[in-house]
Write a protein that binds this ligand. Sequence first.
Ligand code: SF4
Ligand code: SF4
Length: 119
Amino acid sequence: MSIPGKLVPEALKTLGKDNATVSYPKDKRTMPERFRGAVEFEPEPCTGCGMCERHCAADAIIVESDADGNVTWSYDVAKCMFCGQCEESCPTDAIVMGKEFELAASDKPSFEEHYTFER
Ligand code: SF4
Ligand code: SF4
């Protein structure tokens, strides 16, 4: 039986190196610095300006205001494309792209986040 010409050299290259894969979910990799997971929102700096909603191509963010000055900021991770545009558009750094990527859920409400606060 002949050994395929490329197999042995390729196998030898991996000797002494770490495994290319991990035993997920038991082991988890640290996400790279620029990885974009689920959006994280901080109500305190949010002015309710709505820029994040206007610039979100996936309609994943809704910003609503009522006559009493209450703002409701809502996010649907099931619609989110993790593009990072909302983070770039927010003038007050109320939004950052988080590192969370384990986002599976069995019911739709679990994908949604709602924050209501006064402005
Ligand atoms: S990351 Fe992109 S798709 Fe997701 S909420 Fe922000 S702008 Fe919308
Ligand atoms: S999160 Fe930022 S962009 Fe969105 S409404 Fe609040 S201040 Fe405006």
